[in-house]
Design a protein around this ligand. Structure first.
Ligand code: ZN
Length: 465
């Protein structure tokens, strides 16, 4: 499987052009370079070299709610792919938990406290979960800019261009009748009609663009005359009038038919609310990119989809990123193995654990010899020696291991982790040792002998598809 190209730094830590992984291997084995960083893979040359001109790269970003796709393009070749998973939902639930604790604490011993209504949000304020999405994306933009000569950043900013759809004359005849128009309009209609058939509400089937007033009865191609229907409804309706068709379709329930006719006729003329078309995060990401590179281009999702479909690529976040914009219309993939990065956060800073009521949780320990009981509210230490949760380490498992996180499973299955060298992410360090997850199994490591550091935790976990 062709893998991502490798970032190269000169001896003075300035970037050079990226190289093929085979070349990077050769440089490392000949002792001309050493590993600078593991994720993304960066090597640094041991001797300073002079290069007259560097290759120019384009960083492409497809921001999404859960996954953001990244691709680095050189000429028409995609040399690096990455998919970043955000943790917006985890942040939201953490904040809910905290606000619950605070609410309880404030009102517990107070008879009355005036509510603070006049808290105002500043202009451009984003909810913490959304701000996280912008900030993690910015972190990665900064990283790529540090290791690679990036001349431009291309971002998929909006799903469709509302202005061009409502007033097609502003962008000329080519746009109105070209293929791109079809893709933009489809994305627009999907949003406007809620991704379902307007006549029978069926979802998750291929939807066809449908003229509310049939073209054969002088219906126009204007957006206000278009909707989406499943194949069956589209065929059944043919050139019938919408009211006739629905009265016929719902002849046993005329009220439902009337409601549906009213809904369609009302919705066809109302433009999509600007709130749905404008996604605040996407603009914030563009602003973040502009802070690091003056050459930022924004494209629509309709164009991305057209580029991807015309070249017959499957759908994935990093492939979508690669297909962004005009330069995505004829690309060649030199890599098919994206780096999968998941935001894991930096854990909690809570030093005292609480129970579900927000009071300090007390753990009772009994000394086995004396039988003496000690209570503690202190959260367990989150490191062992200098190993923290989230570090990636390489270690040698001396004996076959049978331990498994699920005790029932351990009895049922005879599969065990065989002795040997493993690279894994540290799960939960305690003062006595730490756990790593190998496949489905949790293995406890309780000695630093034979443990090698690969990567210090930076709040992300890394894997390959
Ligand atoms: Zn239908």
């Amino acid at each position: 499987m062709p893998t991502n190209h490798v970032f190269v730094l000169n001896a003075d830590k300035n970037f050079l052009s990226m190289v093929h992984p085979a070349r990077a291997r050769k440089l490392l084995s000949q002792n001309k370079a050493s590993v600078f960083r593991t994720f993304p893979f960066v090597i640094i040359l041991k001797k300073q070299i002079q290069i007259p001109h560097l290759k120019q790269y384009i960083l492409k970003i497809d921001p999404g709610a859960v996954w953001t796709g990244f691709a680095i393009q050189c000429g028409f070749e995609i040399v690096f792919q990455m998919e970043l998973k955000h943790r917006s939902n985890a942040i939201k639930s953490d904040l809910h938990l905290r606000s619950g604790f605070r609410r309880g604490r404030r009102s517990r011993n107070l008879r009355y406290r005036k509510k603070r209504f006049d808290r105002k949000k500043q202009l451009g304020w984003l909810a913490p979960s959304l701000r996280h999405r912008v900030q993690t994306t910015e972190t990665w933009i900064k990283r790529f800019i540090k290791y690679c000569p990036i001349s431009a950043i291309e971002i998929e900013q909006v799903r469709f261009d509302t202005q061009k759809i409502i007033q097609p004359e502003i962008s000329g005849v080519e746009y109105q009748q070209g293929v791109l128009w079809g893709y933009e309009i489809r994305e627009y209609l999907l949003d406007k009609w809620g991704r379902k058939c307007a006549y029978c509400d069926v979802e998750n089937v291929p939807l066809e663009i449908e003229h509310i007033q049939a073209k054969s009865s002088c219906g126009s191609d204007r957006v206000s005359n278009l909707t989406l229907a499943c194949h069956d409804c589209n065929q059944q309706k043919g050139n019938l009038d919408v009211a006739d068709f629905l009265n016929q379709k719902y002849k046993f329930d005329l009220i439902a038919a009337k409601n549906r006719i009213d809904k369609i006729l009302k919705q066809r003329t109302s433009p999509l609310s600007s709130a749905a078309a404008v996604n605040s995060t996407r603009f914030a990401i563009v602003d973040a990119a502009k802070r690091h590179n003056s050459n930022v281009l924004c494209w629509t999702g309709g164009r991305t989809k057209m580029n991807r479909c015309q070249q017959g690529f499957p759908k994935s976040h990093s492939i979508d990123a690669a297909c962004i914009g005009e330069s995505g219309s004829q690309i060649k993939f030199l890599t098919t193995q994206p780096l999968i990065v998941e935001a894991k956060g930096h854990g909690t800073r809570q030093s005292r654990r609480t129970n579900d009521k927000g009071f300090p949780a007390i753990t009772v320990k009994t000394d086995k010899k004396t039988g003496e009981k000690t209570t503690s509210t202190v959260a367990p230490k989150r490191s062992y020696k200098h190993i923290q949760a989230g570090d990636i380490i390489k270690f040698e498992l001396k004996k076959d291991s049978k331990t498994c996180s699920d005790k029932k499973k351990a009895i049922e299955s005879t599969v065990k982790v065989k002795a040997g060298w493993y690279t894994a992410r540290v799960k939960t360090p305690t003062p006595k040792g730490f756990e790593v997850k190998i496949g489905e199994h949790r293995v406890t490591v309780s000695s630093m002998v034979g443990v090698k550091f690969i990567y210090r935790n930076d709040g992300f976990s890394y894997s390959f598809l």
